[in-house]
Design a protein around this ligand. Structure first.
Ligand code: SF4
Length: 162
């Protein structure tokens, strides 16, 4: 399914099958990792200061909602969650204290959001360009596409708190 202006929500198509299909393609998974790598090599955010405390992963503190594509979810699922029960508090299950246990595979949104972000979150291309590239990669590799809110989707995937 190619990207559309109105991608299905998490409960409108079989996310489990879609994620499994994405995960089976090592080439597709690597192509998303390459987008992440390119972002991290080219961006030098002046004011994006990471204090290493993990506060930016607690979305409820910032009224922040993190979205991810199916391919990104497939990558994220490579990591072992620290504590699934955190989903009940709308917290990311991959966070363990200040650490992300999915650091190598964390979604794009995690890579551009900082708890002390001052300027770069408003940089037009900071998210849009790599996100659009990841969306195109779904089409290029003929992978199912959806763009879904992370926490509610993880709840759905883990059949938790529904
Ligand atoms: S995936 Fe990692 S970086 Fe992203 S919210 Fe969860 S713990 Fe934080």
């Amino acid at each position: 399914m190619p990207p559309t202006n109105n991608p299905p929500t998490a409960d409108q198509f079989d996310l489990v099958s879609a994620i499994e299909q994405c995960a089976r393609s090592g080439e597709f998974m690597q192509s998303i990792l390459d987008v992440y790598e390119a972002l991290e090599q080219t961006r030098t955010p002046k004011d994006a200061i990471c204090l290493g405390g993990g506060a930016c992963c607690r979305f409820d503190l910032f009224d922040h909602r993190l979205y991810a594509t199916v391919g990104e979810l497939a990558l994220l699922q490579r990591a072992q969650p620290a504590d699934i029960s955190r989903l009940a508090m709308n917290r990311c299950p991959y966070q363990q204290g200040p650490k992300c246990l999915a650091r190598e595979n964390r979604p794009l949104g995690c890579r551009i959001f900082f708890c002390r972000e001052k300027t770069d979150i408003s940089e037009p291309d900071a998210y849009e360009t790599p996100h659009n590239r990841i969306s195109e990669l779904h089409q290029h590799h003929n992978m199912p596409y959806a763009y879904v809110e992370l926490i509610s989707t993880l709840k759905l995937l883990h059949k938790f708190c529904r």
